[in-house]
Design a protein around this ligand. Structure first.
Ligand SMILES: Nc1ncnc2c1ncn2[C@@H]1O[C@H](COP(=O)(O)OP(=O)(O)OP(=O)(O)O)[C@@H](O)[C@H]1O
Ligand SMILES: [Mg+2]
Length: 371
């Protein structure tokens, strides 16, 4: 799933945020003591549900809101109190309204004209932006004569025209339908990488964050739950909340029995987990064991051994083309999801509604969640 851009990342920080808090009306803590660094060339995603403070944090980076506490540095310079127009930062808003009465060309030139850039330079800059977003042919059109994806690219060209050091994107693809979103995500990443601009992107769509970002901060109620690369966040979530928020997951509640440095065993209602890595915990402690549906193998035959399998009844089958999701109702009544790839025409595990089936997984498939 992740096509995360790893190239072009020089580990030199462009943006540094230190303990930033935003309190509205003396009570609402929209952003709560957030710290982060973003390296030059990175695409950093703020991911979280509605109202968790993503836009507020972005607006503070742009200078449209002043932090109640904390500091913001850009290339080592303290910009906390700098007005927006003095920051080498551009923000593309949640609804990237283009000027409807202006052509594509004029939309892109707008900010440059306002800054009194010499005319020849404007022409040169706009032409290069048009070619970058592959809209040279559309220069004379008005926004309403373009598709959603094309409008989005004009908005991006307009944001990049002033060559900001930092580009802030608030839900840049929110207005597009799913299919167009997916292609535009990749286009956007290519353009951002080509220009070499550093980017902070806000999204509530976890697939979008996984596809586009080099690192993701998962946010909830104004603070960061976890910051990491897409695969770290997906494979090693640090809490139930993150595991649950990113992709599909089965979480088994259980109690640690053996607690060794190279493995732990966790007793749950329906199975005994043997996890092939240690945790910082102790035997007897209550934990969750997270297991992604695609890491489960379904069979009709009973697995051998005592660990890492459970038995249930197939209660639901959903066919998604490339894969099929099965719901398995375990003896305790708990329902788990298992995803099987459809890499042959005949559905490989041959299960149907009402069948008894066994789910099994390897000792490196799961993550023990202690919080
Ligand atoms: N100007 C404001 N005055 C008072 N409260 C505000 C203001 N702006 C935002 N808030 C509150 O701060 C919290 C965070 O809002 P924010 O817009 O940052 O969320 P978000 O993560 O961008 O959500 P969404 O995904 O819906 O855009 C919300 O509870 C919101 O109601
Ligand atoms: Mg928002």
């Amino acid at each position: 799933m992740a096509i995360a851009p790893k190239a072009n990342i020089v580990r030199e920080d462009l943006l540094r945020v230190e303990g930033v808090t935003k309190i509205f009306d003396g009570v609402v803590k929209a952003v709560d003591n957030v710290s982060l660094t973003v390296a030059i060339g990175e695409i950093f995603a703020l991911l979280g549900g509605s109202g968790c403070g993503k836009s507020t944090l972005l607006r503070m980076l742009a200078g449209f809101e002043a932090p109640s506490k904390g500091k913001i540095f850009l290339a080592g310079e303290d910009i906390t109190n700098l007005p927006p127009y003095q920051r080498p930062i551009n923000m593309m808003f949640q609804s990237y309204a283009l000027f409807p009465h202006l052509t594509v060309w004029e939309n892109i030139a707008f900010g440059l004209r306002r800054d009194h850039m010499p005319k020849e330079q404007i022409v040169e800059r706009v032409e290069s932006m048009l070619s970058l977003v592959q809209l040279t042919k559309y220069a004379k059109r008005k926004p309403h004569q373009l598709s959603g994806g094309q409008q989005q690219r004009v908005a991006l060209a307009r944001s990049l025209a002033k060559r900001p050091k930092l580009l802030l994107l608030d839900e840049p693809l929110g207005a597009l339908d799913k299919k167009l979103r997916e292609t535009t995500q990749l286009e956007l990443v290519n353009i951002i990488e080509e220009v070499g601009v550093t980017c902070v992107l806000v999204t509530h769509d976890q697939e979008e964050a996984m596809t586009m970002a080099s690192r993701i901060a998962v946010m909830s109620e104004g603070y960061f739950l976890q910051v990491g690369s897409p695969d770290e966040i997906y494979e090693m979530p640090n809490s139930r909340q993150v595991a649950d928020f990113i992709g599909n997951v089965n979480i088994f509640d259980g109690v640690v029995e053996e607690d060794e440095s190279d493995h732990v065993t966790v007793r749950c209602n329906d199975c005994l987990h043997y996890v092939g890595h240690g945790i910082s915990g102790n035997s007897g402690m209550s934990v969750g064991v997270a297991l992604r549906p695609e890491k489960i193998l379904l069979t009709k035959e009973k697995p051998t051994g005592e660990y890492n399998w459970c038995e249930g009844e197939v209660t639901e089958i959903a066919y998604f083309g490339a894969y099929t999701t099965y719901h398995l109702k375990l003896n305790s009544g708990k329902v788990i999801k298992a995803q099987e790839l459809n890499n042959t025409r005949d559905l490989s595990c041959g299960l149907t509604w009402g069948d008894r089936a066994f789910a099994q997984w390897s000792d490196l498939a799961m993550v023990v969640l202690t919080q």
